[in-house]
Design a binder for this molecule. Structure first.
Ligand SMILES: [Zn+2]
Length: 283
């Protein structure tokens, strides 16, 4: 599933290319994934794109917003060019919604934003802008690294639970934006064993871990996220973070610090990768 850096990469692409355009039409091919009245947004101008955790909010000029969660396999593709392309340039059998956009400044071509989703778990919702944060998904999000998650808050969250630290990092109600990739990477960088109980981390470890979380997220955003499964940006281009994985999906390979072999265990059903020498069970 795309995590904070991947969804942020999509957000930045949308901000750069679709803000200022008008929604000329919407073609909904999968009605089970689209909620709200599409007619409300036709004719409205896109004025901004926000992201909270792994969720996106496209704000419109008519006080409505389009909230999007791409879930496991959703992707947004943008197609525009000086030569007007066919509306199905990026459409395929997994296309669920097509937004036709019109630029105010250009009369020569239209552009299209495609929502493709193989497994159809993602959703798109039209809601009043003032009510968008009341949607259960956004309302239940915990604080977010690089935004409002500071050390005192992080320590409060850790001390209030006895779950394994890795599970806490991935719990969107406790901390938003981190999924399996960045939880594995941050714990390795902070040299913390993934099964350690969250409440057992002392202040120095919490500080180190928060710093590691911020470092891996920042680095990944800089290089366009990680392309596992089918994640690509608005133009179908892959991110590069997967070329820099420290432990994720690297079981049996050498740790870059100590040359010990990386191991894989399961925590909460999710593949967990760590170096048994760098991330000792008892610290
Ligand atoms: Zn190691």
């Amino acid at each position: 599933m795309p995590e904070l850096p991947e969804v942020e990469t999509i957000r930045r692409g949308l901000e750069k290319y679709v803000v200022g355009q008008q929604i000329a039409d919407i073609n909904i091919l999968s009605s089970k994934q689209f909620f709200g009245d599409p007619k409300i947004v036709i004719g409205a101008e896109i004025i901004g794109v926000r992201r909270f955790g792994k969720g996106l909010i496209i704000d419109l000029s008519n006080d409505f917003s389009i909230a999007i969660h791409v879930k496991m396999t959703g992707n947004l593709f943008y197609d525009a060019g000086p030569v007007r392309r066919s509306p199905d340039a990026h459409a395929n059998k997994h296309t669920r919604v097509i937004f036709k956009l019109k630029s105010k400044n250009s009369k020569s071509w239209d552009s299209y934003l495609y929502y493709n989703d193989i497994r159809k778990f993602g959703w798109i919702r039209v809601v009043e802008t003032k009510k968008v944060m009341d949607l259960p998904f956004f309302k239940s999000l915990g604080p977010e690294p690089l935004r409002d998650l500071d050390l005192p808050l992080f320590r409060d969250i850790l001390s209030s639970t006895t779950a394994p630290i890795k599970s806490v990092l991935m719990d969107q109600h406790k901390i938003s934006g981190i999924g399996n990739i960045y939880a594995n990477e941050a714990l390795f960088l902070a040299k913390i064993y993934p099964l350690r109980l969250a409440s057992s981390l002392h202040q120095g470890e919490a500080r180190r871990l928060l710093g590691a979380i911020e470092e891996v997220l920042r680095k990944s955003i800089t290089i366009g996220g990680a392309s596992m499964a089918n994640y690509v940006n608005l133009f179908g281009k892959k991110g590069a973070y997967q070329e820099n994985f420290l432990v994720y999906k690297r079981e049996g390979e050498k740790c870059s610090f100590c040359k010990n072999l990386i191991e894989k265990i399961k925590i909460g059903g999710r593949g967990t990768f760590y170096c048994p020498k760098c991330q000792r069970e008892v610290s």
